[in-house]
Design a protein around this ligand. Structure first.
Ligand SMILES: Cc1cc2nc3c(=O)[nH]c(=O)nc-3n(C[C@H](O)[C@H](O)[C@H](O)COP(=O)(O)OP(=O)(O)OC[C@H]3O[C@@H](n4cnc5c(N)ncnc54)[C@H](O)[C@@H]3O)c2cc1C
Length: 427
């Protein structure tokens, strides 16, 4: 993609469109690659090395079947429990409640049945393309070596508990997702390390997982650089959008002009958006995990322990145990009891699990109340684009987000209807 630049002699030079992408997480790196593939000259800014935010320590799942939102019918009744139990799968910090209130109201509204159906359709549209969009990128960058195709298991103690979840799984099936219900023998065959207390599961054969989420981002970033992209290590202080110029101001350096700027700062995106008058209902679902370097038990695939709502994913650094949601904002100190308790529970799920030396991590999921990302032009700012709010699905939806964003940036026909991800909703 090129712009035309005329100089006195009448000569017209064709110059690549210069685009800055702010945020080198899984979303920013994918956006940078997709814009570069359209011929843009892309500079990718991050205050840290690529992949050090939420994309660093996630559960590593390419969760192509996760087409239902986090807020589901009936969730409103659980709010008192969420406030009362700081260790529950979905917890709310009392001190954060006043600031969270508008987000929480919209979140509960998204759990109404009609909304859930609409949101599931929108998530399905992205998920349906997610795998195909990643395939060429993973192959070309070498990141393929970090991916395993073993499916995932969602395990239950008994059939009654599994049946209570059936309506949600039927919604997935209705959207074309293959889900198998399996009993004790097959479960034991697939994951012999699981305690016999877990007797049944949903098996989703179509999930992939990575053995190193950080390395997925750094490998894609290296690929971007190998194709001429520039990585700049700098905090971006602000963006100026005036009719005569669009500029980005890195900390400690002069402002630089760009033709377009993409904000992909995950949960921290409001810092750059709000001064431009764009204040969407973006908040964070904090998640925790411990990665156990020498677990002494083996899993082949990600296993979700459904009675406690956490994942166990086999990685090259060890077994990663964690998940859950804590609504507490960006500033509150971590509650490390949360992942410790998950690992204590995991010791009952995987008898013989060795928890020694576990590495703690907390990440800020960038979350919109309706579990849908925002992808598109910032309202009122034709040359500014946003790509954030991927919640639990950022790794999964990275490549398809990059593609859709690049199509919107260049007014090309979009691969999916962008309306459900419109940045103007909740603004
Ligand atoms: C516990 C947990 C488990 C998860 N498991 C999964 C999973 O299995 N599968 C899945 O698909 N998703 C999962 N997720 C969600 C996923 O990790 C996120 O959706 C995704 O990482 C968001 O990516 P991002 O690029 O938007 O944000 P980030 O990865 O947070 O990247 C944002 C980047 O912006 C930079 N930045 C911010 N502000 C500025 C600034 N002003 N100037 C310069 N740079 C700036 C930051 O340094 C950072 O590198 C999980 C999340 C958590 C917390």
């Amino acid at each position: 993609m090129f712009r035309r630049s005329g100089f006195g002699s009448g000569l017209v030079e064709r110059v690549a469109v210069r685009i800055a992408v702010v945020g080198a997480g899984i979303i920013g790196v994918n956006a940078a690659l997709a814009l570069q593939a359209r011929g843009a000259e892309v500079v990718l800014f991050d205050r840290a090395a690529p992949g050090q935010g939420a994309s660093f320590g996630n559960a590593g799942c390419f969760a192509f079947s996760e087409v239902t939102p986090i807020s589901m019918p009936g969730l409103a009744w659980s709010v008192p429990g969420m406030l009362a139990d700081p260790h529950g799968p979905l917890a709310i910090r009392w001190s954060y409640l006043p600031r969270l209130a508008p987000w929480l109201m919209a979140f509960l509204k998204a759990g109404r049945s009609a909304e859930v159906a609409r949101i599931s359709d929108a998530l399905s549209a992205l998920c349906a393309r997610a795998k195909a969009e990643y395939a060429p990128l993973l192959a070309a960058s070498g990141a393929e070596a970090l991916v395993r195709r073993e499916g995932a298991l969602f395990v239950f103690r008994d059939r009654k508990a599994l049946e209570a979840e059936l309506p949600e799984w039927e919604m997935k099936r209705a959207r074309g997702i293959t889900v198998e219900e399996i009993g004790p023998e097959r479960l034991r065959e697939m994951e012999p390390a699981l305690s016999p207390d877990y007797t049944c599961a949903f098996h989703v054969p179509d999930w992939h997982h990575t053995v190193n989420p950080e390395a997925i981002v750094t490998t894609l970033a290296a690929h971007f650089r190998s194709k001429g992209g520039r990585l700049r290590r700098a905090e971006v202080d602000r963006i100026e959008d005036r009719p005569e110029r669009l500029r980005l101001k890195p900390a400690g350096a002069p402002a630089e002009p760009f033709d377009r700027i993409v904000i992909a700062c995950g949960a921290h995106s409001l810092h750059l958006c709000a001064p431009l008058g764009y204040k969407p209902l973006l908040d964070t679902e904090r998640g925790y995990n411990l990665t156990l370097p020498d677990p002494q038990v083996t899993l082949t695939r990600p296993v979700c322990v459904m009675d406690k709502g956490y994942f166990m994913t086999p990685m090259e650094m060890g077994l990663r145990v964690g998940g859950g949601v804590e609504l507490g904002g960006l500033a509150a100190a971590p509650n490390w009891d949360r992942p410790e308790r998950m690992v204590s529970h995991a010791e009952t799920v995987l008898p013989g699990l060795n928890r020694a030396g576990g590495a703690q991590w907390m990440g800020f999921r960038p979350s919109m109340p309706d579990s849908l990302p925002v992808i598109g032009k910032m309202p009122g700012h034709e040359r500014l684009l946003v790509a954030f709010g991927h919640g639990h699905m950022g790794l999964t939806l990275g490549a398809v987000t990059g593609r859709l964003l690049s199509e919107i940036a260049f007014d090309a026909p979009p691969c999916v209807d962008p309306a459900p991800y419109d940045p103007a909703r909740f603004a």
